[in-house]
Design a protein around this ligand. Structure first.
Ligand SMILES: Cc1cc2nc3c(=O)[nH]c(=O)nc-3n(C[C@H](O)[C@H](O)[C@H](O)COP(=O)(O)OP(=O)(O)OC[C@H]3O[C@@H](n4cnc5c(N)ncnc54)[C@H](O)[C@@H]3O)c2cc1C
Length: 355
């Protein structure tokens, strides 16, 4: 974190915790009860996020950002139920679990606000997303007063992403909170399409990649308008160079300075470093997502991220090109040093120290 900070790049602490329907016991086959063990695990994760907020405050001196996944704070089966049925159809047990989940999330919101740290609520699979959106909106209403402490994530590969973002902006105007939006293309595309095909409902993903690009870029424009009006803040989370250049041009057109804290750019650690460092060097608020955690949790987490981003990893030609160019440059420099030493031995002699 300190190394990035010295290079004008901020850190987004990303504790490696998440859950899916396959990773916790199904309450339906456990005597219709949600297991206390899962709740205990959520409380442990809550403590990890609280530690991350404290670390972010101390290392990054007022520019700290922490990411969180709602599936690590609430039972995935509960989130799926919350997404599928209205509140009054939940059982008494489920309603009390929802209350505990809201308490955890509000505690994080309050601590983040007190510490001056921003909290990014990650987007996950579409069968959890209505619940995640509802909880993120609740947090934004509670904690985003003058500026955005809590950010919800909008996956622009979804056909309904732009409409949802516009509806949340209307709600923020109506109810007087500042909307924080992290814009991504989305990481679960293959799984979403496969699930839709297997269950026979229309795919929620845009039919073409061009539609996704269009949705992402117009969502960026919409949010930049809000930044201009001081009614929202945005994290442009992408490795797509065209989208980043477009966003920079749009900022210039709207008269938004590169240093405006309402616009942040984010890339994953180890991906497209040339973009992050160039943005940081030009004065933009550039960040790296830093996954961390115990080895047995962080490795499967990273493997899942690599699987989800497989297409992107395979197409980062620019990054490969730049790395190769750097390797060649270093080899060339080493070779010419060695040649000079052979031809001009005095070049290799140790210099007389200056006293
Ligand atoms: C800082 C940061 C935070 C992130 N947080 C989240 C998060 O909370 N939730 C989440 O889901 N993801 C998250 N992601 C991952 C992100 O959603 C993408 O998976 C990843 O960044 C690739 O998109 P891109 O804009 O970087 O790249 P691009 O290089 O533009 O990649 C585009 C990729 O999109 C895919 N694609 C999208 N739509 C279509 C389509 N309709 N047809 C065909 N292919 C399509 C293709 O696989 C293509 O390779 C995050 C990424 C970053 C950098």
């Amino acid at each position: 974190m300190q190394g990035l900070y010295n290079n004008r790049v901020g850190s987004i602490l990303d504790y490696a915790a998440e859950a899916d329907l396959s990773s916790v016991p199904n309450p339906g086959v456990h005597g219709n009860a949600y297991l206390q063990k899962t709740e205990d695990h959520c409380n442990l994760n809550l403590n990890k996020y609280l530690q991350a907020i404290s670390l972010a405050t101390h290392v990054t001196k007022g520019a700290g950002v922490v990411a969180m996944k709602v599936t690590s704070l609430g039972n995935p089966f509960l989130l799926e139920r919350m997404s599928a049925v209205p509140r009054d159809e939940l059982t008494a047990e489920e309603r009390s679990l929802v209350e505990r989940l809201e308490e955890r999330m509000n505690l994080l919101g309050q601590c983040a606000q007190n510490a001056g740290v921003r909290l990014l609520v990650d987007a996950e699979q579409s069968y959890f997303q209505p619940a995640i959106d509802e909880l993120a909106l609740m947090m934004m209403k509670n904690w985003n007063k003058e500026e955005s402490v809590v950010f919800n994530t909008y996956q622009c590969y979804l056909k309904d992403a732009y409409g949802k973002l516009a509806a949340h902006l209307e709600a923020s105007d109506r109810e007087g909170f500042s909307l924080g939006a992290k814009l991504v293309r989305g990481a679960y595309m293959k799984m979403e399409r496969q699930r839709a095909a297997e269950r026979g409902y229309p795919s929620p993903i845009h039919d073409t990649i061009e539609d996704t690009h269009e949705c992402f870029d117009s969502s960026v424009s919409l949010m930049l308008e809000q930044v201009k009006r001081q009614r929202g803040q945005v994290v442009i989370a992408s490795h797509n160079e065209n989208s980043i250049l477009r966003a920079m041009e749009e900022m210039e057109r709207l008269g938004i300075s590169s240093q405006n804290p309402g616009v942040m750019f984010g890339q994953l650690q180890g991906m497209c470093d040339y973009l992050t460092y160039s943005l940081g060097a030009r004065g933009y608020h550039a960040y790296k997502y830093l996954p961390y955690g115990p080895l047995n949790e962080v490795m499967p987490y990273l493997i899942r991220r690599a699987q989800e981003n497989g297409d992107v990893l395979a197409t980062t030609d620019m990054e490969k090109y730049l790395m190769l160019a750097e390797v060649k440059r270093r080899m060339h420099a080493a070779l010419s040093r060695a040649t000079r030493q052979l031809l001009l031995p005095e070049y290799a002699a140790p210099r007389t120290p200056v006293h």
